[in-house]
Design a protein around this ligand. Structure first.
Ligand code: DGL
Length: 271
């Protein structure tokens, strides 16, 4: 890709909520020289409970709309639930690269000696895409599925400053406790709860997500070098939502730590 000296490539990160921040964090840490813009569709959150057709239409409409208004060089669908079905539709609608995120079954299978737990949204654990991924890449290792929207909500709450209730987390993860040695965080919200999930499972369970692989993919597509060790500066990237977020003041405070300005509501015209 050709980037002239004064055009810094701009990365659009998209999710239903704050989960995409876990992916953004990985990309930004590796490529701090890029520009970032974040869009979340909180009006239709949680994606894990939406009918497929509604989800496809929303994502294509919202992303195409922002791409026409802003100069975006690459779209990252930082949401497993959306990526498992919308990528072909989005690629057809846009003429810039689109990178998606899918559960990291393959690296999990490479290290598991017992069984893998795939923790994702209720929609992701049901999708044929996920089941194909498992049959193609699990190398015969047993994969136990756990779909939960409550976990997604807990990540949203944590970002707004609420302490995670470990008893509730334990209860949610109970079907997998002592039954797996590798857990795949198959929803981008879940790495935001990494330390708490690790605490509940214990140190013998390895947690795997797709953030780093996505970051490397973005770098490869944009043909940019990692500047991982460059000095970090305070950023004020823009972040848009499709509706007024709940507990906006607490959310903005959380977002500031990630280098974002306060949330702006996307002025969205129907095509
Ligand atoms: N962060 C999303 C994912 O990776 C979805 C959360 C939701 O809206 O249900 O699947």
């Amino acid at each position: 890709m050709d980037h002239s000296a004064n055009s810094i490539p701009k990365v659009l990160i998209f999710d239903s909520g704050v989960g995409g921040l876990s992916v953004y964090q990985q990309i930004q840490a590796r490529y701090p020289q890029l520009d970032y813009l974040y869009l979340f569709d909180n009006e239709a959150y949680p994606y894990g409970e939406l009918p497929e057709q509604v989800l496809i239409e929303r994502v294509v409409k919202l992303v195409a709309n922002i791409v026409t208004k802003q100069r975006i060089d690459i779209v990252v669908i930082a949401c497993n639930t959306a990526s498992t079905i919308v990528l072909p539709h989005l690629r057809q609608a846009l003429n810039i690269p689109v990178v998606g995120v899918v559960p990291a079954i393959k690296p999990a299978a490479a290290i598991s000696k017992q069984a893998i737990g795939l923790i994702a949204t209720p929609a992701t654990v049901k999708r044929p895409y996920t089941h194909d991924l498992i049959s193609q890449f699990s190398s015969g290792v047993k994969v136990k599925l756990l779909g939960s929207t409550r976990l997604v909500m807990m990540a949203e709450e944590k970002l707004r400053g609420k302490t995670v209730n470990l008893d509730e987390l334990k209860e949610t993860l109970l079907p997998l406790i002592n039954k797996i040695d590798v857990a795949v965080l198959g929803c981008t919200h879940f790495p935001l709860l990494r330390s708490e999930i690790q605490q509940v499972f214990g140190s013998k369970v390895t947690l795997i997500d797709s953030g780093e692989a996505i970051a490397m993919r973005v770098g490869a597509v944009l043909q940019v070098e990692s500047q991982k060790n460059s000095q970090s500066k305070k950023n004020h990237y823009s972040i848009y939502s499709s509706a007024a977020p709940w507990d906006g003041a607490a959310l903005n405070k959380g977002l500031e730590h990630f280098g974002f300005s306060p949330v702006e509501i996307l002025q969205f015209q129907d095509a």
